[in-house]
Design a binder for this molecule. Sequence first.
Ligand SMILES: NC(=O)c1ccc[n+]([C@@H]2O[C@H](COP(=O)([O-])OP(=O)(O)OC[C@H]3O[C@@H](n4cnc5c(N)ncnc54)[C@H](O)[C@@H]3O)[C@@H](O)[C@H]2O)c1
Length: 407
Amino acid sequence: MLRIAILGCGARGRTYASMMGQLKERYQIMATCDLVESRAREAASHATEEIPVFTNDEAFFQQGKVADLLIIATQDRNHYGHALRAMELGYDILLEKPAAQTLEQCEHLDQVAKEKGRKIGLCFVLRYTPFYRAVRDFLDSGRLGKVISMHASEGVEPYHQAHSFVRGHWAKTGDCTPMILAKCSHDTDLLCWFADSEIKHVSSYGRLEFFNKKNAPQGAPMRCSDGCEHRSTCMYDAHHYLGEKRRWLRMVMDGSETATDEQIMNFIQTSPWGRCVFHCDNDAVDHQVISGEMKNGVSVTFSMTAFDLGRSIEIYGTKGSLKGGLPWQVAGAHELWFRDHSTGEKEDVPVIHADEIGYAGHGGGDFGIIDSLDKLFGDSGILSPGLDGLAGHQFALLAERDRLSHV
Ligand SMILES: NC(=O)c1ccc[n+]([C@@H]2O[C@H](COP(=O)([O-])OP(=O)(O)OC[C@H]3O[C@@H](n4cnc5c(N)ncnc54)[C@H](O)[C@@H]3O)[C@@H](O)[C@H]2O)c1
């Protein structure tokens, strides 16, 4: 039985708590903490019995070590301090990505973890999806031969970009982390994982091109609810939260599931999510490309855009190539193909669909990582002391450093 405490019970922390609630025979939630009491209480409701609920990180840490593992799912800017404090108390940590805001901080976490013999796993949930697991297994089969180069892409999707990276938590990079870390560290992690290597040289370009004042329709007010005359034609109109985009509110509005239309209107009129997407204070990029070379010679390219949906991966080996993706991120949409260079034949590579094994969220990765916690952190867990996944963060942060040198 792995005993787990949760610090930060927002959208992510509560998702993990509810999944642990489905695995009560293996995981015991010991304590929860969030500045917003109702969130901490909701996470605690998945424990087997009444547990301590904290509304202050200091009070939580003052209890000492109350579990084997601490899940840290506070916001990006809190991770470094919370992780250091947790390691002082002797916790192993499942840390939400990104690990920290700078390369130096990430490397420091790794160093402290190694010195103290603590394990930090990052929530790189995509590694735990059936799709990317199938890619890794195919690589391990040796059928691709020697991997020479790789290409990956991520389409964030325009409304998702607007919700999270224009109006939302990750819009102002100084308060959180740059887009390439906040959103694409999954991808840089996967590229390192598939190449079995770390980045050596990297260059990157990208900017915020669309979601800014210069693209505002004429006369668009600061808020969609301020009588915007473009409401009926604007795909970013915040009133969509009343209808088909309502599910997005779950991540940012407490009680949205049971809120009345009047309460949602009030949210649109007063919260950051009601602002015109062309009149926000965002600086997160809406497109970025990377090209690089890994230490073992594998070359990699990656492209992120707000204006597509889904991830793809192409791996080119001496014996064959593997291509596939999560095109529309819906159940049943995983596709993966192998081309054998010697025969020219193409075959479908089977991927178990996440919904078939009860996996949900992030292509099955959210449940996948929780399902793997005891294999990672248990008595004979596979993680060793240090920050697992540091290589992907180094890749992303070095790419960002290069991008900034061009703008
Ligand atoms: N692994 C993934 O795929 C993935 C996906 C989305 C978000 N994330 C990351 O997960 C983290 C959380 O994201 P979220 O969407 O749940 O955000 P959120 O804002 O919903 O949750 C963060 C929670 O932390 C709480 N908090 C903040 N400071 C605190 C403190 N000092 N003490 C206690 N609680 C505190 C907030 O009240 C909030 O409830 C972020 O770092 C984000 O980048 C990861």
